[in-house]
Design a protein around this ligand. Structure first.
Ligand code: M6R
Length: 606
């Protein structure tokens, strides 16, 4: 989603702002712009499309000044074009904004009474119009920003830059994250610490409702009641992971390859003792709950769906899985015996956060599983557990998904033990099986050449189906999601057994069917479903292990051989071929793998 950078520096701001925006590119955007104050004069440059277009504009028409704000926009209100790009400048103020101003129509109507009319289709411009009106009433810039912020409804991270003020940025947060960075005689603002990485690793995060008044001398923080408040300065450990792609062509490829390491790390954290069998005491007492309600979006919700099979089979604990955008508005009943569990890589997904807030005070406990431990979802939970995946930059979630699965699997074992459903021997077996996952993922990565060949074929089709049974069914959904989001091929996932209840009507030789079929207890039934497809001319891509391919692979169009996996955790390693399938197909089609069209890494609007 949108990204914000601000700088009050001692060097030219434009290159620093563009570099900061570059670090936010992974969030997804369709236009970009910067504004600076130079000798008191406020001015801006904006461009549609990638940052290179903004850089070109700045070459032809430089923007001097050592103070400035910058923005990458992911369009919500108004088309993606240069006029709607941020910063929005009206009179003496320029504004950049992440989020949605929900009452912008009302504000526009009021401003119309003062003959102030919009020049863009955006909600954000209304903030600049309102602030400039307050300035015209004699308020100082800080007073005008505060008055403006008090009148806003909705979600925002905002930065204000003022004509005649080259040592002032006013920043505000409600619903969208924002951080202030501390330099030596310089100060910075950014939507996340990574944006500020080259400039500083000393960060203060704004809390909900906070305003920060930033000058080169430092930052003053006001809370939601506009009372002075202290926000701690933290040294953030920004490892060099963002610096390059470690020789990979895309972040997605790098992140897929990192999975054995990050999974080993996460499993060490959650399952280690000297015998390798101890489960980390996470602070969740599963005996207190009759059910779990899991809520998330996209790939994170599919991780929940896979784990439903584990919690119900291993711990006999019923699990409801819901997508966050539907959950809250259904007003589901909750009680003290319900554990609510929110899964989010970014920890900032607006739908998931809104669902979490709905549960706060109603459910027995609000637990979250996140990658970003400084995020809103982590901070607003009773307990937040890390997935330890490291920064994930590719928009398509890969290593975060498998780490979410690993953590959920460890929790399912903990639940089974606490609830007395599995004895020590079974727990030991399952823990050993879980700890074998990083090795299985390494083996799964070695099937890349086969997957590459299959992908070269798949890239020629317009539609693809994915099938799976049991815990491989949600993985089929994930395979379809991954393929469509980065290759733009239409794909759907189905439970293998459901095919004959409708989707089989689609089957012909133009509709390849990817079947996830480990040689497990459900294998024979899956093979029957494959036969039904092949009998109708369908082309099967069978992903299975050696015994499975031998027993059921006859007639399959393409075969991919996975390692043999004992126990219930096969979905984690089987995530690798579907990630690679999407990746190689997208590369074959020449799409933008890391920043697919229309998508954002962190979806901070509902
Ligand atoms: O940051 P989150 O895990 O809350 O994000 C949820 C989804 O937006 C995300 O998983 C999305 O579906 C991915 N692009 C899928 O690859």
């Amino acid at each position: 989603m949108c990204g914000i950078v601000g700088v009050l520096g001692n060097h030219q701001a434009s290159p620093i702002l563009v570099e900061g925006l570059k670090r936010l590119e992974y969030r997804g955007y369709d236009s970009a712009g910067i504004a600076t104050v130079n000798g008191g004069r406020l001015d801006r440059r904006r461009a549609l499309g990638k940052l290179v277009n903004l850089s070109d504009a700045l070459v032809h028409d430089p923007l001097p000044g050592t103070s400035g704000i910058g923005h990458t926009r992911w369009a919500t209100h108004g088309a993606a074009n240069t006029v709607n790009a941020h910063p929005h400048q009206r009179g003496r103020v320029a504004v950049v904004h992440n989020g949605i101003i929900e009452n912008y129509r009302e504000l526009r109507a009021r401003l119309k009474d003062h003959q102030i009319t919009p020049e863009t289709e955006t909600d954000t411009e209304t903030v600049a119009m309102l602030c400039d009106w307050h300035l015209s009433q004699g308020l100082t810039p800080v007073e005008a920003a505060k008055a403006t912020i008090s009148e806003l409804a909705g979600a925002y991270a905002l930065c204000f830059l003022f004509q005649g003020e080259d040592d002032l940025i006013v920043a505000a947060r409600k619903g969208s994250p924002l951080a202030v960075g501390w330099g030596k005689g310089e100060m910075f603002v950014g939507s996340d610490a990574l944006a500020l990485a080259p400039m500083t690793n000393e960060i203060s995060y704004l809390e909900e409702g906070d305003i920060a008044i930033v000058t080169r001398a430092g930052a003053e923080f006001l809370d939601a009641a506009h009372q002075p408040v202290t926000r701690p300065r933290r040294t953030v450990d920004l490892d060099s992971v963002l610096a390059d792609k470690a020789g990979h062509r895309h972040y997605m490829s790098k992140e897929i390859a990192e999975q054995p390491d990050v999974l080993a790390n996460a499993l060490k954290y959650y399952t280690m003792d000297k015998e390798g069998r101890h489960l980390l005491e996470t602070g969740v007492d599963f005996t207190q709950f009759d059910r779990i309600v899991m809520v998330a979006c996209g790939t994170a919700s599919l991780a929940c769906f896979v784990s439903k099979y584990w919690f119900e089979q291993i711990a006999r604990l019923p699990v409801d899985v819901d997508i966050a955008s539907e959950f809250r508005y259904r007003e589901p009943p909750l009680d003290g015996r319900t554990l609510t569990l929110f899964v989010s890589q970014s920890g900032e997904t607006a739908d998931t956060l809104a669902a979490l807030r709905y549960c706060t005070g109603q459910a027995g406990k609000v637990l979250s599983i996140v990658n970003a431990m400084e995020s809103s979802i982590a901070r607003e939970s009773d307990l937040a557990l890390p997935i330890l995946a490291g920064p994930e930059i590719g928009v398509a979630s890969t290593k975060a998904f498998t780490c979410q699965l690993a953590v959920l699997a460890a929790l399912a074992l903990q639940a089974g033990r606490q609830r007395g459903v599995i004895d020590a021997e079974r727990l030991g077996t399952l823990t050993d099986q879980l700890r074998q996952v990083p090795g299985q993922v390494t083996q799964a990565l070695s099937v890349s050449p086969q997957i590459k060949e299959v992908s070269a074929q798949l890239a020629r089709y317009d539609d693809v189906l994915f099938l799976g049974r049991g815990a491989l069914y949600p993985l089929a959904l994930e395979g379809a999601l991954k393929l469509k989001e980065i290759s733009y091929i239409h794909a759907e996932g189905y439970a293998s057994g459901e095919l004959k209840h409708g989707p089989i009507a689609l089957i012909d030789e133009e509709m390849p069917v990817v079947v996830l079929a480990p040689h497990d207890a459900m294998f024979d039934k899956t093979v029957s479903n494959m036969q039904e497809v092949m009998a109708r001319g369908g082309r099967i891509v069978m992903i299975s292990d050696a015994p499975g391919l031998k027993a059921g692979g006859e007639g399959a169009w393409q075969k991919v051989e996975m390692p043999v996996i004992e126990g219930p955790f096969a979905p984690i390693a089987y995530a690798v071929p579907i990630q690679k399938l999407a990746y190689f197909t997208a590369v074959e089609k020449g799409t933008d793998v890391d920043q697919p069209r229309n998508l954002a890494k962190s979806v901070t609007v509902e």
